[in-house]
Ligand binder design. Structure first.
Ligand SMILES: [Zn+2]
Length: 506
């Protein structure tokens, strides 16, 4: 589906998306009439290398271009024949299929030596130039060393490291970058507007994300969406022809992992597989997301090295940096990386990812068990592991405290039996900004828990077990139901009465 790509192929420099640094230098050279004899365009596929090479060729040979201008007119005979691919002065060679020296001699060297009578340039655009054989490179090198007049070479490659240094040193090199996601989306919006089709922003975001900065891929995917022939295209409709929103899947999966919801995560993986999602890709994207979260956590400036996301996704990512600790992210990436390699060879495609999920979620509880057992040891400071980790309060959730709650009650017993019993009657309500709210049915309990001395004991025990400072906020809730088996049994209340010497209703 390259129709869209061809139809909307930029015809002038100013239409080319991105690559501002390259356009600036090239157009300046054209304006001054001082272009190089050989250019080397390097960078990922589909980011505009051959597009810019063709515009450069058109501009150099344009019959209407005035001195000091740089844009081709796109109307003259020369421009027209280049557009049609029938111009004999523009020779496009795909080195991937012409690797041998003979081809270079016949197609390039011989042709470049033919006398050029007119003022026109002969322009060779050699795509995937790194594919040439060594002898072919040597033959080309001789031509580059003594370029015939009016001959311009544009060598394009995705793998610069395979191009001999001797060739590179004779070219003016331009390093093409991936197209920023916002630019890709803008471009897609422009095309769909011209095609008079309304497409959900989410669809365009998904296309841009999946194309990984390759405009050609993005336009090709858009072409598939447009081929649905609808005037308005929703996310659901788009998913008929383009990959399911891996962007959404990746975020949902991360949500499940954050919530340690093994069941939810495994269901998502299996449903995705049924929907035809490539699990290798999904895992890769998941790793990329966690890498981004990790680098953001280290320093927000590092995100320039990571994959781009749209604004809405960026917000979610920033939230994830608060949910996961650096250590957790490190572990998750390690596990996913290891399992990624197994996906392709696994007889049960989803198994490696399922194992990774189980491992990640189990790893969580394992570390919490470590916390538990370390605090059981009275002689050692409890939770030394997490203390070193210096967990921030934002890393701790209510469920983390619930998880260690029985330990807190047990530890409290060593200080004060009745305090421990009283704590059992309380209900954990919420944890935010370091404040743990516990509801008590009886005012008497709430008051006792507010007592500075008692509060301090409990706060210290919780802090020791969870690895971060926690403040207690005992509140009263007379509607609270206390389960028979845990708190309202006579024994506990009796012991409370015994200590505090007050009548507590049973
Ligand atoms: Zn022209």
């Amino acid at each position: 589906m390259s129709v869209i790509y061809r139809k909307y192929r930029p015809q002038v420099f100013s239409d080319v998306v991105g690559q501002e640094h390259i356009k600036k230098i090239l157009t300046e050279e054209i304006k001054r009439g001082r272009t190089a004899h050989a250019f080397l365009f390097t960078g990922p596929r589909g980011v505009g290398k051959t597009t810019l090479a063709r515009i450069l060729a058109k501009s150099l040979n344009c019959e209407n271009r005035k001195e000091g201008d740089f844009e081709p007119c796109n109307k003259c005979l020369s421009c027209d024949s280049i557009d049609k691919g029938s111009d004999l002065n523009i020779i496009e060679v795909d080195a991937a299929s012409h690797t041998g020296v003979q081809n270079v001699r016949e197609n390039i060297i011989a042709v470049s030596r033919t006398a050029i009578s007119s003022k026109k340039h002969k322009i060779f655009i050699i795509d995937e130039v790194h594919m040439l054989s060594t002898s072919a490179f040597n033959a080309l090198l001789k031509t580059l060393e003594e370029p015939p007049p009016n001959v311009v070479f544009v060598l394009a490659t995705t793998e610069i490291y395979k191009v001999p240094e001797t060739i590179i040193s004779r070219c003016e090199s331009f390093d093409f970058k991936r197209i920023p996601i916002s630019e890709v989306v803008k471009r897609l919006e422009k095309i769909s507007k011209q095609e008079e089709v309304k497409i959900d922003k989410e669809v365009l975001d998904n296309i841009a994300y999946n194309s990984e900065g390759c405009l050609r891929d993005a336009e090709s995917l858009l072409g598939q969406v447009l081929s649905l022939g609808e005037k308005e295209i929703s996310k659901e409709q788009a998913e008929i022809v383009i990959p399911h929103s891996s962007l959404n899947l990746v975020f949902s999966l991360t949500d499940f992992i954050a919530g340690k919801d093994t069941k939810g995560a495994i269901e998502l993986v299996n449903n995705s597989l049924t929907d035809g999602v490539d699990l290798s890709k999904l895992t890769e994207h998941l790793i990329e997301l966690f890498r981004k979260i990790l680098l953001l956590k280290i320093n927000p400036e590092l995100q320039g090295f990571t994959r781009e996301f749209d604004d809405k996704s960026n917000e979610k990512i920033i939230n994830f940096t608060k949910v996961f600790s650096g250590e957790q992210i490190f572990k998750i990436i390690e596990i996913l990386n290891k399992r990624l390699l197994e996906i392709k060879s696994s007889k049960i495609t989803q198994l490696p990812l399922e194992m990774a999920i189980v491992e990640i979620c189990a790893g969580e509880s394992k570390s919490q068990q470590a916390v538990k057992s370390s605090s059981q040891n009275e002689n050692k400071p409890p939770l030394s592991v997490d203390k070193q980790d210096n967990k921030s309060q934002s890393d701790v959730k209510l469920q983390d405290i619930e998880f260690i709650w029985s330990r807190v009650i047990e530890n409290a017993r060593k200080h004060n039996n009745s305090l421990s019993s009283m704590l059992q009657t309380g209900k954990l309500r919420s944890f935010s900004n370091g404040q743990l709210t516990i509801a008590f049915k009886f005012e008497f309990h709430q008051k006792k828990m507010q007592d500075i001395k008692n509060r301090k004991i409990i706060e210290d025990i919780i802090s020791d077990n969870i690895g971060t400072q926690v403040l207690l906020n005992p509140i009263l809730d007379t509607t609270l139901e206390i389960k028979k088996d845990e708190a309202s049994n006579g024994e506990i209340l009796d012991s409370i009465n015994e200590v505090f010497g007050e009548d507590v209703e049973k």
